[in-house]
Design a protein around this ligand. Structure first.
Ligand code: SF4
Length: 372
């Protein structure tokens, strides 16, 4: 990597200043209309370009065309409840799994990374992971075509990380990630092992693998693609989504700042309160807003509607136009969103409760619900 490029930090909390510059610098391809229409069905994250870029998505499109096997893989660091950022990745994995009955989802519980990055002991992260998996199932993952595992218990991943380390120099890791403590480099190699797991003999051999991630995880994708070529594996494909901003808009939503994130376990009344204090693109006074219109481009409330809570494109367009023309005030949006979110949380939490036993049995029973 040329020295004038600042590395993206997968463990950091800052938001990129400009996605287009990042795409140019790191060679990420744009998600075009042609690509989107080549999928057998669509998703709001694609249509609205929240998923804005990719690497090698044509491998997945080819597999779909041939009705061939592919894997979609992602995961979560079990440090706390699902929040809207982790929900986005879950929704993507569910969508790409749903496109073909030949698609198998691999979901990694990154408990070794939670230990390295957050100091969470494995016994503690296990309990968190059970809840995370129940969230994933409640959102709609088809458990019959999914392998869900913990890094600490998946020997193949650990073995691959070790083998891959023989082909990577310290300088390469430093160029991709910047200067870091060795535990982060080691975690990165474990993640490469996670991404390659679907291509092992035990999981059906080499095949296209799609990794839906936030743009901040691209360093892992670049490292994995580099290593795949050295080990005669299929370089993994990736789709990149914009990072979910915290409710106050100052950084990416993360478990490091609980008051500025919304989790799927929040009490619906607490979630409503959080929405009422979220950042908007509203003006200083009602009079100004009526005269100048609001700024939905800066507004976290509008972002929540776009990314998560308004499915209907016409309805979203209406909110946008009413905001721009001053016909709508921020209170209207907040009240509408609070209502939608609170109903969503109640439904989701009830569904999740009913899936806790299945989640526990998957994690404690070897990863498969039923051998795919
Ligand atoms: Fe955001 Fe709605 Fe206010 Fe516009 S009116 S800035 S979309 S909250």
């Amino acid at each position: 990597m040329p020295e004038d490029k600042a590395p993206i930090d997968p463990w950091g909390s800052t938001l990129p200043a400009d996605y287009e510059t990042l795409m140019r610098e790191f060679g990420i391809e744009p998600m075009t209309e042609e690509i989107i229409s080549a999928f057998p069905s669509t998703h709001r994250l694609l249509r609205r370009r929240v998923e804005f870029g990719h690497r090698d998505i044509t491998r997945i499109l080819d597999a779909l065309k041939r009705n061939g096997a592919y894997a979609v893989m992602s995961g979560i660091k079990p440090t706390g409840d699902f929040h809207l950022g982790t929900m986005m990745t879950a929704e993507e994995i569910i969508f790409y799994q749903s496109l073909s009955d030949k698609a198998v989802a691999h979901y990694c519980i990154a408990d070794l990374e939670a230990l390295a990055d957050n100091g969470i002991p494995l016994e503690e992260s296990h309990g968190i992971a059970v809840g995370n998996v129940a969230d994933l199932l409640a959102l709609g993952l088809d458990a019959r075509r999914a392998y869900i595992y913990k890094q600490s218990e998946e020997k193949l991943v650990q073995r691959m990380a070790f083998v891959f380390s023989t082909a990577v120099t310290f300088n390469t890791l430093e160029a991709i990630y910047g200067p870091k403590h060795i535990k982060y480099y080691f975690s990165a190699l474990i993640q490469v092992g996670d991404i390659m797991l679907p291509q092992t003999e035990e999981h059906g051999g080499p095949k296209p693998v799609l990794v839906p991630v936030g743009i901040d995880q691209d360093p892992h994708i670049r490292l994995s693609r580099d290593i795949a070529k050295k080990f005669k594996l299929v370089p993994p494909s990736a789709v990149f989504h914009k990072l979910t901003r915290s409710l106050l808009g100052e950084e990416k939503m993360s478990k490091r700042n609980p008051m500025s994130m919304m989790t799927l376990s929040d009490d619906p009344r607490l979630a409503e309160r959080k929405i009422w204090s979220a950042l908007t693109g509203g003006r200083g006074t009602v009079e100004e807003q009526r005269r100048l219109g609001g700024e939905p481009e800066k507004c976290v409330v509008f972002e929540l509607m776009t990314n998560h809570f308004i499915e209907d494109d016409d309805e979203l367009r209406k909110v946008y136009l009413e905001c721009k023309t001053g016909a709508r005030l921020c209170g209207d949006c907040k009240s509408q969103l609070a209502d939608v979110v609170s109903r969503f949380l109640m439904r989701h939490q009830e569904r999740k409760e009913g899936l806790m036993d299945l989640a526990r049995s998957i994690l404690e029973g070897g990863g498969w619900t039923r051998k795919a």
